[in-house]
Design a binder for this molecule. Structure first.
Ligand SMILES: [Fe+2]
Length: 365
């Protein structure tokens, strides 16, 4: 067996009404900077709930709102300027993966006085404490060390990764996912499931994370169709668990080729992240030699793992083709993937440029 390390320092509160645990926020200081997105946190009253609680425990706050899907470098730099004026003791992210990722990147830039570009692929020296309250079941960002930032100029996404960016506390309360629209439910659920799968097959996989990933896969397969068609409190809770387990899994065993290949599809075609990963995932599983891991996944699913995955994707409406994908883009995207050395290292073997391009070519409509 290979040696391995596991480090997930986030204090996790899971379950309905775990939001009440926000009461302990005062331990991080007098003033919080709350980061939210463009819609649901305000529309559904979640921000109001948080403001009320902070008022009760005597924590001051300012709100940075308007974080878009797939936050880019400009947004992160603006957020860090906002933090510079606000001077918080800690951060609170209330939103989906994009909001939590943006909060981490803003924290890294602000706490170290550097630019976002200086954060890629380098250790982050300092970070303020943070609380993550996810409102989707997908990225697992509430427990991970990663922040994904869009580099618009390069047409892809970049990763900031450091354990100091793991939120200090994650409040994982399914009540915040009860009103999620179907499209977000599906794409974020696909992301959660793909995290479990990529952690299971990852180069750095280990027996502890395998167990978490396999259980996450089982839960995801059972509950994703339910939550997509007819969501109830239980299936929402289960998908949030799947997302949390995926987050814990990828924090130790990072995602690989499927995630790397998804980034250009999201940035150039606007395909939601989880959907983009799902489009390439069966191809990646066929390309690489994952026999042992696929056998274990098949055992859990009661049938051939790739076939089961494709059946699930069909039910969920994952497209097999990407309309408008040109030959030139297949070349360019494959070059981009091959340049992503960090992600390539996470695979059992490094694919060739031709293999990656071939997968993109099969996606042409
Ligand atoms: Fe992901």
């Amino acid at each position: 067996m290979v040696n391995f390390s596991i480090y997930t320092p986030t204090r996790i509160h899971f379950g309905y009404d775990s939001f009440e645990r926000i009461e302990s926020a005062k331990e991080f200081g007098e003033k919080a900077l709350i980061v939210i997105g463009k819609g649901s946190a305000k529309k559904f009253g979640y921000l109001g709930m948080l403001e009320k609680k902070l008022g009760e425990i005597g924590v001051e706050y300012e709100v940075l709102e308007g974080i878009p899907e797939n936050p880019d470098e400009e947004i992160v730099e603006m957020g860090a300027e906002f933090a510079e004026m606000s001077k918080p003791d800690f951060f609170i992210a209330l939103g989906g993966g994009s909001v939590i990722d943006a909060m981490k990147a803003i924290n890294a830039v602000y706490s170290n006085g550097i630019s976002v570009k200086e954060c890629y692929g380098k250790p982050i020296c300092r970070a303020l404490p943070s609380i993550a309250i996810p409102t989707t079941s997908g990225t697992g960002s509430e427990v991970t060390r990663y922040s994904i930032v869009t580099d618009k100029k390069a047409g892809t996404k970049r990763v900031i990764s450091d354990y100091k960016l793991c939120p200090s506390v994650a409040i994982v309360d399914p009540q915040f996912t009860l009103k999620l629209p179907k499209s977000v439910t599906i794409s974020s659920g696909l992301d959660a499931l793909s995290h479990c799968i990529e952690a299971l097959i990852g180069y750095y996989s280990n027996p502890v994370i395998d167990a978490i990933a396999l259980e996450g896969i089982r839960i995801g397969f059972e509950n994703l169709p339910k939550v997509a068609e007819n969501p109830d409190r239980e299936s929402r809770e289960k998908m949030m668990l799947c997302s949390l387990m995926g987050g814990i899994a990828i924090n130790s065993v990072p995602t690989g080729l499927a995630h790397a290949m998804s980034y250009p599809l999201t940035v150039n075609f606007g395909i939601p992240h989880g959907m983009a990963v799902a489009i390439v995932l069966p191809h990646v599983l066929r390309l690489m030699n994952y026999e042992e891991k696929l056998r274990r996944m098949s055992e859990v699913l009661g049938g051939d793992a790739i076939k089961k995955l494709e059946e699930l994707f069909e039910i969920l409406g994952v497209p097999e083709k990407v309309e408008g994908l040109s030959k030139e883009q297949c070349e360019a995207f494959a070059r981009d993937v091959m340049a992503n050395k960090e992600k390539l290292r996470n695979n059992v073997r490094i694919p060739t440029f031709e293999e990656v391009r071939e997968i993109y070519m099969t996606l042409r409509g």
